[in-house]
Design a protein around this ligand. Structure first.
Ligand code: LLP
Length: 424
């Protein structure tokens, strides 16, 4: 029955006298009229506040933004301006961050299967750290060093054998994982030993990441404990405890704040006698709640005794998370934010398959009609970054709003973009 909880909307959301939503002083209806739908609207103040909170909580140089959650030139600059370092997980993410003007010394390269070309790109640029993930990668680094490249500063990614409570596709800390050097079977110790003796790398510290969208602070404390036990005798300067802090997507969910997360991690490390610099790599917690996706309703289909389907002009191409992970979202009408949501419907997209679902059992206000704008909140992380051109839909634009001004930071793709790589 309840209206959309305001806590799920971006920080600067406000409801006008007529019940309609503005973010960053910009009316959502006006933005949709100007930029079309689907449309990602990001609250710039919200983004900046989360970056600043992370830097304050962990300390300068110890909060690294995981760009995979959402990356474009404007976002790379914003995170860097707010004092964050950036984690990039491919040559492409590295390219975008560098092209945005972020210095290589603020970039950390990840990846479980980095190619020699990506490693070369990172070493030539002079990234702050490469997080080494496998013995094969160490072999590639040896070979690159033999060609005359300098030895990069590296961290060793450790799989601590801690199972985070989250979807199995995004849990990474357990023994059965493609990521990192396994602690339990001795690979971690062997890798560290090899790196310490190697002339092709400088080992600065250890890294772990137990998973994503994790709500239980105790999971992070457990990882810190396991990592501290391994790290202490090694006495290396850096310890990175990854990202993974969960966010609330639907009514009733509650996630720890970045500050609370920092307190849990830093207190645990202090109690364990960790002397290294402790840093983290949040992605979702920085960007998820900053954005909403605005769609237009195109078709409403009632199947008596079965359900109502409400179809919008986007779908699994701009938000694959419901299909991939069964993730839950809420929906609401930007023209009537406080309207009680008394009706039920399946919110679907326009793709050619039944799996194209945005909200399996959406609560919506009465009176929803074709032509209405409909929005899903908390779409700032892993939405735009995982968007596709399935069915040759053009990917939506991204607009940053702040103090009554809106700026397009990623333009809508055109049909011409759809054939720009085609060779005749
Ligand atoms: N550091 C490393 C090494 C990671 O692999 C990740 C995420 C992060 C940091 C950032 O995690 P976050 O703070 O955003 O949870 N597509 C999935 C999420 C995949 C996360 C992959 N790694 C989703 O939509 O839920």
């Amino acid at each position: 029955m309840s209206a959309i909880p305001l806590g799920l909307l971006p920080d600067t959301s406000s409801v006008a006298a007529d019940g309609s939503l503005s973010i960053g002083g910009c009316s959502i209806a006006d933005l949709a009229a100007e930029h079309g739908t689907p449309l990602f609207v990001y609250d710039e103040a919200h983004l900046r506040a989360r970056c600043a909170e992370a830097v304050r909580a962990f300390g300068p140089g110890r909060a690294v933004y995981a760009t995979k959650a959402f990356l474009c030139t404007a976002m790379a600059r914003l995170a860097y301006d707010e004092g964050m370092l950036l984690d990039v997980a491919s040559g492409g993410e590295l390219f975008v961050a560098l092209r945005a003007g972020v210095p290589a010394s603020a970039l950390v390269l990840h990846g479980n299967n980095k190619s020699s070309a990506e490693l070369r790109q990172a070493i030539e640029a002079g990234v702050r750290h490469i997080v080494v993930d496998s013995f094969d990668e160490l072999g590639r680094l040896d070979a690159l060093h033999a060609t005359g490249l300098p030895a990069p500063r590296v961290l060793a990614r450790i799989t601590p054998g801690v199972h985070a409570h989250t979807h199995e596709f995004i849990a990474t800390g357990q023994d059965d994982s493609k990521f990192g050097f396994n602690l339990g079977n001795g690979d971690a110790a062997r890798a560290v030993e090899r790196m310490r003796r190697s002339a092709s790398v400088h080992l600065d510290g250890l890294h772990c990441h137990i998973g994503s969208n994790v709500f239980a602070a105790s999971n992070f404390a457990k990882a810190a404990e396991v990592m501290a036990a391994f790290a202490t005798p090694l006495d290396l300067p850096e310890l990175v405890l990854g990202g993974g802090l969960g966010v609330a997507y639907v009514e009733g969910e509650e996630a720890p704040t970045i500050t609370h997360w920092a307190n849990v991690l830093l207190d645990a490390c202090q109690a364990l006698g960790v002397r290294s610099n402790v840093s983290v790599e949040p992605g979702r917690a920085i960007v998820a709640g900053a954005a909403i996706t605005v769609y237009a309703v195109g078709t409403i289909k009632d199947i008596p005794g079965v359900r109502r389907y409400v179809a919008v002009d986007g779908g699994m191409s701009d938000n694959p998370r419901p299909v991939l992970y069964g993730s839950g979202y809420e929906a609401f009408l930007p023209r009537a934010v406080a309207a009680p949501r008394t009706e039920r419907a399946r919110l679907v997209g326009k793709h050619c398959e039944s799996g194209d679902v945005l909200v399996f059992d959406a609560r919506l206000p009465a009176g929803l009609a074709v032509g209405d704008l409909l929005a899903t909140p908390v779409t700032g992380a892993y939405g735009h970054s995982m968007a596709s051109n399935y069915n040759k839909l053009t990917r939506p634009p991204v607009v940053f709003v702040r103090d009554g001004e809106a700026r397009v930071v990623v333009r809508r793709e055109t049909f011409e973009d759809l054939v720009r790589c085609d060779v005749l």
